[in-house]
Write a protein that binds this ligand. Structure first.
Ligand code: SAH
Length: 258
């Protein structure tokens, strides 16, 4: 295969992934009530507070944050398609004055250092890694600013090899809650709290909407092997979750820049 073919197949893949995930409200496990719970640990925010929502996807949690707390939200994602969806959602919720959608990368932030009261990231820091993200983002927080991220974590000290192997391949930085909390402290945060989000954030709010979206997606891309592979992968991931949910989950980690 020549390089041009590789590139075009890659782009095709990328467009399909964007189409698949932009057809659902959330791109990761979570819920409005868990976003609200995490916000309850953040402390007082004001109309002039500055909030970054990094890896915001189509903005599920962005809108919740805007409804729950005051402040201006800079919602950033790598994929323009997701930011388009977010912008439409912002307009339909009458939140244009409160939220700016930005296409950009979470490891090259287009912001000034020490300017944020709160940095939020649900199910997205894994893209650059928990440690790297927390270290890099810390510079953008004002002194005493808060970071709040959700991250895949082991919920037990040991686990069956099938699920261990799956995660080691997908995200080798997955670790126990205790270890992640220790890392946060080493990086320079006072850890306010950590909590596991409940199973319905995966089953009801993440995998269930995908079941309907998958049918439409497969109809739209009949006989496209990349589309069927994508759906097969997502179904496999959901099946693994229903089998092994007691061993891993998403955990919110909330810390204050010390
Ligand atoms: N927070 C959303 C989306 C989580 S999925 C939710 O919980 O629904 C992870 C998101 O990270 C995707 O939207 C993906 O496009 C985005 N992403 C991946 N790499 C990124 C990067 N380098 N910079 C910014 N966003 C990135």
């Amino acid at each position: 295969m020549n390089k041009d073919n590789e590139t075009s197949i890659h782009e095709f893949d990328f467009n399909l992934i964007c189409e698949y995930f932009s057809s659902i409200d959330r791109q990761g496990p979570g819920s409005e009530s868990m976003t609200g719970k995490a916000l309850s640990y953040v402390g007082e925010l004001y109309a002039d507070s500055r909030i970054a929502d990094l890896g915001c996807g189509t903005g599920g949690q962005t809108v919740t944050i805007a409804k729950e707390v005051p402040g201006h939200i800079y919602a950033l994602d790598l994929f323009p398609t997701f930011i388009d969806r977010l912008n439409a959602r912002v307009v339909s919720n009458g939140l244009s004055e409160r939220i700016d959608g930005i296409v950009g990368s979470m490891d090259a932030l287009p912001f000034k250092e020490e300017t944020f009261d709160l940095i939020w990231s649900e199910g997205a820091i894994y893209n650059i890694g928990f440690r790297k993200g927390l270290e890099y983002w810390r510079k953008f927080l004002k002194p005493g600013g808060i970071v709040c991220v959700s991250e895949a974590s082991w919920l037990s000290e040991s686990r069956p090899s099938e699920i261990e192997d799956f995660w080691m391949d997908a995200y080798p930085e997955i670790d126990t809650v205790e270890h992640k909390v220790r890392q946060m402290k080493e990086i320079g945060y006072d850890v306010i709290t950590s909590f596991v989000i409940p199973e319905n954030c995966w089953t009801e709010h993440f995998y269930k909407p995908q079941r309907k979206a998958q049918k439409i997606f497969l109809q739209n891309h009949q006989e496209n092997p990349i589309a069927s592979e994508l759906v097969a992968n997502m179904r496999h991931e959901a099946a693994l979750y229903s089998k092994y949910s007691k061993y891993y989950g998403y955990v919110f980690y909330i810390g204050k820049k010390d």
